[in-house]
Design a protein around this ligand. Sequence first.
Ligand SMILES: Cc1ncc(COP(=O)(O)O)c(C=O)c1O
Length: 319
Amino acid sequence: MKKLLAEAADRAARYVTGIANRQVVPLPADVARLEALGGPLPQSPSDPSEVLALLDDIGSPATVATAGGRYFGFVIGGSLPAALVANWLAGAWDQNAAMQVMSPVAAKLEEIVLEWMVDLLGLPSGSGAGFVTGTTMANFSALAAARTALLKRAGWDVEEDGLFGAPPIHVVVGDEVHVSVLKALSMLGLGRSRVTRVPADAQGRMRPEALPPLDDHTLVCVQAGNVNTGAFDPAGEICARAHEAGSWVHVDGAFGLWAAVSPQYAPLLAGAGAAERDQHLVQDHVVQDGESRLAQTFREFFRLTTVSLDHFPQSAASQ
Ligand SMILES: Cc1ncc(COP(=O)(O)O)c(C=O)c1O
């Protein structure tokens, strides 16, 4: 095993150190060589060392060099040395991080990092937060919490009774809303077309003067950072209007939320920040909400039927 891990380390080191000098997009010939993978399902086990060699020799040249410094496509970050090596160790740990009892270290690390994130982004301490797979799921999660809360306000328990017969929720989005918000709305039964689209300016910012009448059954989706232009919806003005009407505000901060850590750009988020009450901030892999009351809403949405761990042998946790 040790030899195999050392081989993987060698190959990975070669890949990472070579990334600055290779082409970003694989050559057509390298993509064509992928045909060497696959074939009929092997009838017997393969030598792990050969599998590793095959993956590296055929697979590595056919990667897109997103880990390097010369990749500027989509909104994809590179990897940092600390993150890469921690990821290796996490692979060796092979934890199921679903519950504290299944992985105390995973639970502790999650707690620490979320606390740090809340602090870094200037959110009120005690904000509820959780890791998800990306902003599409962050949007889904935060919008689910919004749906739960707005329907509860109207006397409807959506978790127990579903959406059939539920009071309507009015959803307001900017004309340049990101598709993932519309996808999340469709998955939540709120409908991707059943929204009021507010006209946007030339940079894709929602025009606040064009907002429809708002009320306490309205969900307003604000975008902190347009993927094409970088422009921010005027959150302060929109949140003030929404707040006055008792509407719920969802902020898609896919990558614009990081402006909160920059003294120069933080004002772009003014009004959608820590001081705002009914807000949701979603960000790559993190869902955050501004009040413990909202944390409760998240818990309600993500609640599972409780599994009793009474029978779980104490010794199993310490073995
Ligand atoms: C504004 C906005 N929201 C949501 C997303 C979706 O993020 P992800 O690809 O992490 O699911 C993106 C991606 O670029 C985005 O720009």
